[in-house]
Design a protein around this ligand. Sequence first.
Ligand code: PEP
Ligand code: MN
Length: 295
Amino acid sequence: MIENKFPGKDITSDDLKDKFPLVAKKSPDHKSKFSICGIEFGGDKIPVFAGPNMVESKELIEDIALNVKKYGASFLRGGAFKPLSFPYRSKKYNETREEGINWLNYVKDKIKIPIITEVMEEKYISFIAETADILQIGSRNMQNYPFLTACAKTGKPIMLKRHYGSSLRDWLGAAEYILVEGNKNVLLCERGVVAPHTHRSTSRFLLDLQVLPAAKEITHLPIVVDPSHATFWRPWVSSMSLASVAAGADGIMLEVHKDPDNAAVDPLQPIDYFDFNKLMKSMDLVAKSIGRSIF
Ligand code: PEP
Ligand code: MN
């Protein structure tokens, strides 16, 4: 690492010792490996999380769980407590909250698929932790430090999404808040950053694939990539997923919906079952070319 005595956005060698010693690699080939529900992270296999943006109904989440499992997803994703961008609600654009978590719990038992779901508020952490196998901390809460500490204290595996305006230094600092509580099962997740320009009016974010090699120089933690939120645009999800695998992603999170155009939240980004199946096979080919695999 180039010596830099002026911390800011850049990471200095002192940061590795003083600011995030637990997140920092101890040696060049130090890589964390751990299992969640029998699924290994940080190894040669690349687990996939798939499911809708929002847990909309019991019937829909069951159908999606069945299909993503059939095509090789290791975890079902889906939010019941959602960081919706606008406060107004309709019958369709509405969080399903406790009911949604109960549907996830039903599906987890019935379809036998582990669950990753977002926690938004401290008072619901223990309720959600009874169902979730991984607690997802969303990008908007990345630097809500007391919240990170409270989630870490459950002892549950945690996926920490990068805020779309966060430097690598701030992201790793936030992860240190979880590790310092003795919670070692932490996944980082790149989900797109805000750039001063976009490639079309619908692309809210820019997938920062360069953060994968950059983060891997510094941290031993596995890194998941979420091309669905990054692109915000279904036609780009497949190529960015393949690129994520090639760039060293240790997990892929994908929005998959039975009827993408009619998804209650972010209908521009989910892919359907047919495309998910196709993408899983293509990602496996790319993974195999670098000595890894999806299946
Ligand atoms: C999500 O994964 O459902 C989500 C809201 O993601 P982000 O926090 O990255 O916007
Ligand atoms: Mn979303």
